[in-house]
Design a protein around this ligand. Structure first.
Ligand code: ATP
Ligand code: MG
Length: 364
C-alpha cells in the first residue's frame, strides 16, 4: 500500500520549539526519506476558528507565519503539499457524515478535548465547533487517505477517535477509508515538550514558548528565565534533573558533538546530569550551554526565514499550489465516500434504470 503522510498545525501563532521536536523535525526527515508517495501538511485555520471565532485576524495573519516556519525548517514544496484547510469544502462535508457515527459521551471522554476545555475556561459555554473538532480532524486525516500521522503525544486520543470512525464507516458502508497510524517521537522529551515556565506543555495558548523565529536575544532571555529545580538554591546544593525543564530541553536538542563544541569538560549529557544531581553545578552554566545548543538549531532556521520573508507573494503561490493538490485528493476521497454511502443519486445510472423498471412493472 502507498504510504501517505498527513499532519498539520493550527495557525494560532508562530511555531515554537515544541512543534519542532514534536513533529516538524520528523516531518522533514520523513519528507527527505523518499518513503512516502504523498505528503500533505495542513494549516488548520478552520480548526483554529473553533476557539478563535471572534478573532479571525489572528488566524489570518498567522497563516503566513506558519508557512514561513515550515519552509524555514526544510519543508520542500516540491515534495510536500502545504494545504489551507478552509479552502477545502470536502472536509466539512466529510465531518458532517462522520458526526453521525460518533456519540456525545464518546466526545466527552476524549482526554485532549477535556483538558483543552479546562485550559480555555469554557465552562458550560463550549462552542459546538470546538467540541466536535476531533470529528473534523478525522475528516482531515481520512480525506487524504493518510497512513502515517507524525504528531505530538497530545494528538494520540485524536488518532484513536479517527481510527474508530474509520472502522465504523467501513463496517457500515464497506471498505473505503484508511486506518491511520500515529508516529510519535522515540525521544521521551519530544513527546510533549514542557513550557519555559515548567508547565506540562509548551503551547501558543499558554504564552510559555520559545519560537523558532525568536531573535537570539529573546532566546537567551527566555532560557535564562527558565524554570529549573526550585530547591536548587545554591550552586553546591544537589539538584533534580527529572522534571527540570532545562534538562528536558537538553534531552530533546543535544546531539553528538554538542559537548566537544560547547562544554568539553563533560563527555556527555549523563555526566552533566550526574554533576548537577551531586551538587556543585550552577543553573547559569547549564542554561548557557542550553542556549548554545538551541542556537545551533535555531540560527540556520532564522536565516532561512529572513530570506523567505523577502518574497511573500511567492509563499502565497506555494500555498495556492499545495491547496489545489490537496483539494484534488480530498475530492476524490469524498466521491468514494458518497458512492459508499449511496448518496450519489445522479451518478448511479444503474440504480435509476432499475428503479424505472420497477415502476414500469407496477404500471402493467
Ligand atoms: P494551540 O495552543 O493553539 O492548540 P499548540 O501549541 O498546541 O497550539 P497545535 O497547532 O495544536 O499547537 O499543534 C501542532 C502539532 O504540534 C501537533 O502535532 C502537536 O502534537 C504538536 N505539539 C504542540 N505542542 C507540542 C509540545 N509542547 N511538544 C511536542 N509536540 C507539540
Ligand atoms: Mg494544540
Amino acid at each position: 500500500m502507498e504510504k501517505i503522510i498527513l499532519t498539520g498545525d493550527r495557525p494560532t501563532g508562530r511555531l515554537h520549539i515544541g512543534h519542532y521536536v514534536g513533529s516538524l523535525r520528523r516531518r522533514v526527515e520523513l519528507q527527505n526519506s523518499g518513503e512516502f508517495s504523498e505528503i500533505y501538511i495542513l494549516i488548520a485555520d478552520a480548526q483554529a476558528l473553533t476557539d478563535n471565532a471572534d478573532n479571525p485576524e489572528k488566524v489570518r495573519s498567522n497563516i503566513i507565519e506558519v508557512a514561513l516556519d515550515y519552509l524555514a525548517c526544510g519543508i520542500d514544496p516540491d515534495k510536500s503539499s502545504i494545504v489551507i484547510q478552509s479552502a477545502l469544502p470536502q472536509l466539512p462535508e466529510l465531518t458532517f457524515y462522520y458526526a453521525n457515527l460518533v456519540t456525545v459521551p464518546r466526545l466527552q471522554r476524549n482526554p485532549t478535548v477535556k483538558s483543552e476545555i479546562e485550559m480555555r475556561k469554557f465552562g458550560e459555554g463550549i462552542p459546538v465547533g470546538f467540541f466536535t473538532y476531533p470529528i473534523s480532524q478525522a475528516a482531515d486525516i481520512t480525506a487524504f487517505k493518510a497512513t502515517t500521522v507524525p504528531v505530538g503525544e497530545d494528538q494520540e486520543p485524536m488518532l484513536e477517535q479517527t481510527r474508530e470512525i474509520v472502522r465504523k464507516f467501513n463496517s457500515v458502508y464497506g471498505d473505503t477509508l484508511v486506518e491511520p497510524n500515529i508516529l510519535l517521537s522515540t525521544n521521551k522529551a519530544c513527546l510533549r515538550l514542557p513550557g519555559t515556565d515548567g508547565q506540562a506543555k509548551m503551547s501558543k495558548s499558554l504564552g510559555n514558548c520559545i519560537y523558532l523565529s525568536d531573535t537570539p536575544e529573546e532566546v537567551r532571555r527566555k532560557v535564562m528565565n527558565m524554570y529549573t529545580d526550585p530547591d536548587h538554591l545554591k550552586v553546591t546544593d544537589p539538584g533534580k534533573t527529572e522534571g527540570n525543564t532545562v534538562f528536558t530541553y537538553l534531552d530533546a536538542f543535544c546531539y553528538d558533538g554538542c559537548f566537544a563544541e560547547f562544554l568539553p569538560e563533560y563527555a556527555d549529557l549523563e555526566e552533566l546530569k550526574e554533576h548537577y544531581r551531586r551538587g556543585g553545578l550552577g543553573d547559569v552554566k547549564v542554561k548557557k550551554f542550553l542556549y548554545s545548543v538551541l542556537e545551533e538549531t535555531l540560527e540556520p532556521i532564522r536565516q532561512r526565514r529572513l530570506a523567505l520573508q523577502k518574497d511573500i507573494p511567492a509563499i502565497y503561490d506555494i500555498l495556492r499550489k499545495g491547496t489545489e493538490e490537496g483539494s484534488r485528493k480530498a475530492a476524490s476521497t469524498l466521491n468514494e465516500v458518497r458512492n459508499a454511502m449511496k448518496i450519489n443519486y445522479f451518478d448511479d445510472a444503474d440504480y435509476i434504470r432499475r428503479q424505472s423498471e420497477e415502476y414500469a412493472k407496477q404500471d402493467k
